[in-house]
Design a protein around this ligand. Structure first.
Ligand code: BV8
Length: 301
């Protein structure tokens, strides 16, 4: 049976010119956004994915929201932890990890907090998580510096367990009881008492909070320093790939301009050509339109 070569999703001319540049590049940046994980089943941050129940995700991702209603914010993050743990890295996560292993001067800047790049064995020294991780937690008390990394306990406390549909007599055991979709505003959200939320084991006073960077918060200083060091290198930057991001969140999006200022060509991978900022700054030298999970493995092979 003749083998059916995988249908190329990228115009041959663009593919050839991009790959020629990639192969001759030594210093390469990749800026990743939620679109990279869309094919792993995780909703993006804006557009349809940006709403959680009746809340705009951007509004829940703030210290003010946590101060006002820590239970609701924890239910939002516990749901995302649960979904991210059910999801799997897709071929694009693996292709980027592979390139990072092959190319000495490669650095990935990810805005994603879903843990999928680390689970695709992306070399940690070449992966900067600009916005933290759903699987880090830290104390919300300013004076307490308690932090925990790689906390994959799901749910992190019993009160945050995803409610199940006990009314369905067909389920054989509780384990198979259907989980309710609490991202649907028509599904009742369990009431939570503050005492049921995760408490800091160190100072015993503060509530633990998700170890992500909320709007209005500084990005992790160590991450910023590492990137500044990498960027400060006198050598030019040959290429920045801008993958699955609306490039609207700063200072992350600012790295595209910084890379271009150091000579980088820009390759954009996005499902929607219209979604990139209209400003010419993000006019890519290459614009690969479509699903990152399909395009990235193809252009990096
Ligand atoms: C700060 C963690 C200052 C939480 C997130 C200028 C300079 C500095 C700051 C600002 C500035 N202007 C405005 C600000 C403030 C703000 C900001 O940028 N606001 C925006 C809304 C304008 N920035 C901040 O607050 C930052 N902090 O600057 O602090 C400071 C200084 C000193 C002292 C104190 C403070 C902090 C920002 C970090 C916020 N946290 N995440 C959480 O996840 O819950 S950001 C959040 O948005 C996610 O991390 C997400 O990754 C990120 C960006 O979104 P995208 O990844 O791009 O996702 P989006 O849905 O937007 O787009 C998806 C794209 O994929 C689309 O284009 C779509 O077409 C495409 N797509 C979809 N499917 C596919 C696809 N592409 C390919 N394949 C597919 N299948």
């Amino acid at each position: 049976m003749a083998s059916t070569a995988a249908r190329s999703v990228v115009p041959q001319k663009d593919l050839e010119s991009f790959q020629a540049h990639l192969n001759s590049s030594t210093r390469i940046l990749a800026l990743l956004g939620a679109g990279l994980s869309a094919s792993s089943g995780l909703p993006t941050f804006r557009g349809a994915g940006g709403l959680w129940r009746t809340h705009d995700a951007v509004e829940l991702a703030t210290p003010e929201a946590f101060g006002r209603d820590p239970g609701l914010v924890w239910q939002f993050y516990s749901y995302r932890r649960h979904m991210a743990l059910q999801a799997k890295p897709n071929p694009a996560h693996y292709a980027l990890a592979e390139l990072a292993r092959k190319k000495e001067g490669f650095m990935t800047l990810s805005q994603n907090v879903d843990g999928l790049s680390p689970r695709a064995n992306h070399p940690p020294e070449k992966l900067k998580l600009l916005h933290g991780s759903l699987f880090d937690v830290k104390c919300s008390e300013f004076f307490c510096k308690h932090t925990e990394s790689n906390n994959y306990t799901d749910p992190i406390v019993p009160a945050l367990a995803i409610p199940t549909d006990e009314s369905d007599p067909t389920t054989i055991s509780a384990l198979q009881a259907r989980e309710l979709d609490i991202s649907d505003e028509n599904v009742a959200l369990p009431e939570l008492a503050i005492r049921d939320l995760p408490r800091c084991p160190k100072c015993k006073r503060g509530l633990l909070r998700p170890g992500v960077v909320w709007f209005g918060e500084m990005l992790p200083t160590q991450v910023l320093d590492d990137i500044d060091k990498w960027m400060a290198d006198s050598k030019k930057i040959d290429l920045i790939m801008v993958i699955g991001t609306s490039a609207k969140v700063y200072p992350a999006a600012g790295y595209v301009d910084s890379a271009r200022a150091k000579g980088a060509k820009v390759a954009v991978v996005n499902m929607d050509r219209a979604d990139m900022p209209a400003s010419g700054l993000y006019k890519g030298d290459w614009f690969f339109e479509g699903d990152a999970a399909q395009i990235v493995p193809e252009i990096l092979k």
